[in-house]
Design a protein around this ligand. Structure first.
Ligand SMILES: [Zn+2]
Length: 399
C-alpha cells in the first residue's frame, strides 16, 4: 500500500512539473490549419525587397519561420500611412502592395500559393503549401469609391479594416474625438457591398460606435483581424466585453493581437514615456520617399525598435495567454483566433512569441491552462475557416 501511494505521489508531482508533453504540441500543430489574420510583412517586401524565402535575423515572418510555426495560411496586410498619403495616393500604394504580395507568392511556388477562400486554404495545406491571403487595413484606401473596393476584391483582397487610426469620410476610428458618430450612410453601403463581394468586415481599429453600426448593418459575421481585450489592457482599440459578446452573437471571430502595447497597461505607459525614441523614429519615417526609390527606412527604424525593447524588456507570454483566455471566457471558444500583428509593431512582442516560429509556445501555454486539443484547433484556425465560409455563403446568396 505504502509503495503504491508513494508511486502515485511521484507521478502526480512529475505531471505538475512537466508542463506539457512536447509531442502533444507537435501532434496538434500537424493536425491544425494554423491561420494568422494580420501580418505587416508586405511593407518590407515592397520597400526593401525582403525575400520571404530566406531565414532572417530581423522581422518576424519568413517561410522558414512560418514552417517552424506550422503556418497554413497568413493574411498579408495591405496598409497605407494616412499621414503621408492622400486617399487617392493610397489607392496606388495599395495596388503596389497587392502586386508585391502576388509577385512574392509566385516567386516561391514550392512553398506559397495565393488563396481567397477557406477551401483554397485547406487545399493549399494539403499540397504542403502555405496559403497567402490579403486584407486591406484602413478604409481610406478605397478613396470613398465602391468601384475601388470591388477592384480590390477582384484582385484577391478578402477583408477591409473599416478604418486604421484615422477617421475616413464615412467611418470613425477609435481615435478621439469622433466625427460621424460611427458609420455614415455611405459607410453602411461599404459594409453591404463587402457582404455582396464576400469580403470580411474587419472592425479592428474602429470606434466602438462604428463597431456596433457595422455589426447591425452586416448580413455576414464580422471579424476583428487583430484586437485584444480592453478588460485587461485599456487601449481604446481593444475590445470591451460587451463588444466581444456582440461579435460572437453574430458568429464573428476576434483574432488576438500580440503587440505588447495592447496586452499590458504598464508596458504601454512605459513605452509612451520613451518620447525621444518615438521622435527619432518619426523623423526617419518622414524622409522615406513615397514612390519611386523605395529603398526603405527599415534598418534605421529597426535599430530604434531594438533600443526600445532593450529599455522596456518583454511582456511575459502569460500576459498574451490571459487575453486568449479572457476572450474565450467572454466570447466563447468558437469565436477566438490568431491576429499577431507581426512586422507591424517593431520588435514589441512577448517573450516566447518573438516571431511566427514560436507558435508552439502559444499552443503549449494554452494546453497548460487546460484547453483541450479540439478547442486549440479552433483557435489556431478552425474558427477562421468557419467564419470565412459563412461570409462566402452570404456572398453566394446575394448573387
Ligand atoms: Zn493595425
Amino acid at each position: 500500500m505504502f509503495r503504491l501511494a508513494c508511486f502515485a505521489l511521484l507521478t502526480y508531482s512529475l505531471a505538475a512539473q512537466t508542463k506539457v508533453d512536447p509531442a502533444r504540441v507537435t501532434r496538434l500543430m500537424q493536425r491544425a490549419t494554423v491561420i494568422d489574420l494580420h501580418d505587416d510583412t508586405t511593407q518590407m517586401i515592397v520597400d526593401e525587397g525582403y525575400d520571404l524565402g530566406k531565414l532572417h535575423d530581423y522581422g518576424q515572418v519568413d517561410i522558414p519561420r512560418m514552417r517552424k510555426g506550422s503556418v497554413g495560411g497568413i493574411f498579408m496586410s495591405i496598409w497605407t500611412d494616412s499621414d503621408r498619403f492622400t486617399p487617392t495616393e493610397a489607392v496606388r500604394r495599395t495596388l503596389i502592395q497587392i502586386d508585391g504580395v502576388r509577385r512574392e507568392t509566385a516567386r516561391h511556388p514550392g512553398d506559397l500559393e495565393l488563396a481567397t477562400t477557406a477551401d483554397e486554404i485547406v487545399a493549399a495545406r494539403k499540397r504542403g503549401h502555405i496559403a497567402i491571403l490579403m486584407g486591406v487595413e484602413g478604409g481610406h484606401a478605397i478613396d470613398s469609391d465602391l468601384a475601388v473596393l470591388r477592384t480590390y476584391a477582384q484582385l484577391g483582397v478578402r477583408y477591409l479594416t473599416l478604418t486604421h487610426t484615422n477617421h475616413t469620410p464615412w467611418a470613425d476610428s477609435s481615435a478621439p474625438p469622433p466625427q460621424h458618430n460611427g458609420l455614415t450612410e455611405f459607410g453602411r453601403q461599404v459594409v453591404r457591398e463587402m457582404n455582396r463581394l464576400g469580403m470580411m468586415v474587419d472592425i479592428s481599429h474602429v470606434a466602438d460606435k462604428t463597431f456596433f453600426d457595422a455589426l447591425e448593418t452586416s448580413a455576414a459575421p464580422v471579424i476583428a483581424s487583430h484586437s485584444s481585450s480592453r478588460a485587461i489592457a485599456s487601449a481604446p482599440r481593444n475590445m470591451t466585453d460587451a463588444m466581444l459578446k456582440a461579435l460572437a452573437g453574430k458568429g464573428g471571430v476576434v483574432h488576438i493581437n500580440y503587440y505588447e502595447g495592447f496586452l499590458d497597461n504598464d508596458y504601454a505607459a512605459r513605452e509612451k514615456a520613451l518620447t525621444e525614441l518615438q521622435k527619432q523614429q518619426d523623423a526617419v519615417e518622414d524622409h522615406t520617399p513615397k514612390f519611386g526609390d523605395r529603398s526603405g527606412n527599415g534598418p534605421a527604424v529597426r535599430k530604434i525598435g531594438a533600443a526600445r525593447i532593450e529599455k522596456l524588456g518583454r511582456v511575459p507570454l502569460s500576459k498574451l495567454l490571459d487575453h486568449f483566455e479572457h476572450a474565450v471566457k467572454v466570447a466563447g471558444v468558437d469565436h477566438v483566433g490568431l491576429g499577431s500583428d507581426f512586422d507591424g509593431a517593431d520588435d514589441e512582442f512577448p517573450a516566447g512569441m518573438e516571431d511566427i516560429s514560436k507558435l508552439p509556445n502559444l499552443v503549449g501555454g494554452l494546453m497548460e491552462r487546460g484547453f483541450s486539443d479540439e478547442d486549440i484547433l479552433k483557435i489556431l484556425g478552425g474558427n477562421t475557416l468557419r467564419v470565412m465560409r459563412e461570409v462566402e455563403a452570404v456572398a453566394r446568396k446575394a448573387k
